[in-house]
Design a protein around this ligand. Structure first.
Ligand code: TYD
Length: 220
């Protein structure tokens, strides 16, 4: 058990935005401060949620089924990994969280945002106070033009169900992220991901310093 407060940070962006590299750099920055870090991802993070991930990423299904499966995975992940890690004062770095559902199933697939909001309430309600939703304290959004992201993905590996979607799908997903940011600007740090890896990394570390999550100059 640590005395420090738990910290929950999520990382978002369309496929090909390059978030994975930077999550590792963030983990190392926290570890060099003596913090214990839990690296995890969605859909996934527990054996049940990883099994659901395989279905969601590979099997054709309608948008409601997809939404129910990602929220079921999220419920198990919160209970099995995220909440216990935060209670122990750990830093939880989560590769995607609920903003991805609003962006991919909501904006991308055009699924009912009201239903997603209801599922968000059910799945992320924490403790006795039904109003208190578990949300990341910071969401780092790697914003990149979909055409640039598509070029980065080309030939990288066999695309999964989402990665093989047309450009218009990712335009819609990017719009979904922009809407989520507009609804909760304090929680988001928008990163211009159309830059060199070093410049993107500097923006990410700057965002963590601006929130005083890491020591250093308070500039975003
Ligand atoms: P991603 O995070 O890009 O992992 P990898 O780098 O291993 O491909 O892949 C997860 C995919 O799942 C991504 O295409 C977005 C999608 N997704 C949803 O559609 N809804 C969700 O709620 C989440 C968390 C992810």
């Amino acid at each position: 058990m640590q005395n420090t407060q738990g910290l929950f940070i999520s990382f978002e962006g369309i496929d090909g935005a390059g978030k994975s590299t930077h999550i590792e750099a963030v983990a190392q920055a926290f570890e060099s401060q003596g913090r214990s870090v839990t690296r995890t991802r969605e859909p996934g993070g527990t054996p049940l949620a990883e099994a659901l991930r395989q279905l969601v990423l590979n099997d054709p299904m309608d948008a409601l089924t997809e939404s129910l499966l990602v929220f079921a995975a999220r419920r198990d992940h919160i209970q099995g990994v995220i909440a216990p890690a935060l209670a122990q004062g750990r830093v939880v770095l989560c590769d995607r969280f609920t903003d991805a559902t609003f962006a991919y199933q909501g904006a991308g697939r055009g699924f009912d945002l009201g239903v997603l909001q209801t599922l968000e309430q059910w799945v992320q309600a924490s403790g006795a106070e039904a109003q208190a939703l578990l949300q990341p304290q910071l969401t780092i959004w790697f914003d990149l033009p979909p055409a640039v992201a598509a070029a980065r993905l080309t030939g990288a590996r066999v695309p999964d169900k989402f990665e093989s979607q047309p450009l218009a799908f990712f335009e819609a997903v990017a719009g979904g992220y922009a809407t989520r940011l507009a609804q909760d600007p304090e929680r988001f740090a928008r990163i211009n991901a159309d830059q060199s890896p070093e410049a993107v990394r500097d923006q990410v570390i700057g965002a963590l310093r601006a929130k005083a999550f890491l020591p250093g100059a308070q500039s975003a």
